[in-house]
Write a new protein. Structure first.
Length: 93
């Protein structure tokens, strides 16, 4: 937030990228922190994700996202079973 208030969008993108690698939730802040037509933040965000996740991609190969489908299923995120507002949108009965 401090970097955003100082108009340091490259730092904002980098910090948001690091936070997103720790938890998925901070990516929801992207639209709120983004300034239209400014390319610094999205480029630094994507670059940070790529550079910091690259060692895992190289070591794990195609298995890098192996647990993600199971995680989504366990948390009820695939069909919206855990979330009251998403129940009308459920795909699985």
């Amino acid at each position: 937030m401090y970097a955003r208030s100082r108009q340091r969008f490259a730092i904002v993108g980098c910090a948001l990228g690091i936070a997103t690698l720790v938890k998925f939730v901070p990516v929801l802040l992207f639209p709120a922190l983004y300034r239209r037509w400014d390319k610094k933040m999205p480029i630094s965000f994507a670059g940070t994700l790529l550079v910091l996740y690259l060692p895992y991609i190289v070591s794990a190969g195609p298995r890098v996202l192996g647990f993600l489908p199971q995680y989504l299923r366990e948390e009820g995120l695939r069909n919206g079973a855990r979330y009251l507002f998403a129940k009308p949108l459920r795909l699985d009965p």
